[in-house]
Write a protein that binds this ligand. Sequence first.
Ligand code: HSE
Length: 438
Amino acid sequence: MVAPLKVGIAGLGTVGAEVIRLIESQGRVLAARCGRGARVVAVTARSKSKKRAVDVCGFEWAKTPLELATHPGIDCFVELMGGAGDPALSAVEAALNAGKSVVTANKALLAKHGLRLARAAEKHGCALNFEAAVGAAIPVVKTLREGLAGTSISRVYGILNGTCNYILTRMEQEGLSFAECLKDAQRLGYAEADPSFDVDGHDTAQKLALLASLAFGTKVAQSAVYVEGISSITPEDLRAAADLGYRVKLLGVAVRTTKGIEQRVHPTMVPKSSSIAQVMGVTNAVTIDGEGIPPITLVGPGAGGAATASAVVADIADVARGIRAKPFGRPVAQLRDTKKAPMERHEGGYYIRLLARDFPGTAAAIATRLAEQNISIESIVQRHANGAAVARAGKASPVPVILVTYATNEDAVRRALQAVQHDKVISGRPQVIRIEKN
Ligand code: HSE
């Protein structure tokens, strides 16, 4: 009988406690599945005396994450502290340099230092597993790295932030404002300590950078991701989207184009009939387009203690089995530089909401500016503020005009809207939402 894998855990919050509970309750199943059990032997956290959901008295307490990472009694270091810098960075690096495999849920660390850490893992023949960093319990890292190793991927996109999807779902279903829904997301504990990280799209961007590297064999580069958040979305946009047959989701999209790998995070209109549009609340989903096969969509819980712990324990199980997959699916030396496809050259349909001055010639002026940029209009509707479409202009106060374009490019849309603003036929800034076809 092979001795159990000896595990050290740094970070004993909700996820850490759940990992300990799972390893204990699933001990026999794990041993049967992996041919070897796993046992937590040592732990560390900021506070030793804090009341926790599990009893940690039976484990050796390391004074620091670094001490735990290099502890001669552990085989596998589990990093659940979070943060792109120290103590997580130096502890993970020290563990790898000491020849210990690492399991982490830390998307920020991987998005920033993934290559450096993958190099260390490779050099020392260790695993650096991070399934929990993207979509928590959804096995998307494994799917891209192993399950689709023989498939050429053209696009990977998804709902990667539960907080944003919860907010957009409630805004759509209950007609509530962004601010009201954000408050509830915070109260329910979905949002990060600083919710701007969620709602401004940075959490999604970090996860997308990891998925793009796995899907396209490129170096992880968070800086190559174009990012827009959801704070400008109004219930009016969601109502208009519904009328047009769409839903608005914060998507992370990585797509192979002739200009490079486009990586972008922004509110997106998706057809109501698409799989991704059905995903409501805090649930996450990822769709993968592979050559020669229909799209694959993985849906599941993307946040929370139990969901994250499920992926962490699966990664520990792989270490116990002796699997040492290359963290990003291939040797670091073979990962290609990320060529950032410029957002200005993004091609697709656009939803545009303008507050138009209601006088003769406004619609013509807007249409002219779009035509100058060779933008073809799929639909145009003028609405009263209460959302009811009207056939003719009646009042002097500004009225919302909603336009949907056929496929065009970002640069053309930006130029046309700049000209429309310059013509002074609209009030305020135009709202622009990109449309993603399935
Ligand atoms: N704040 C994140 C979310 C948690 O809302 O999805 C998981 O990364």
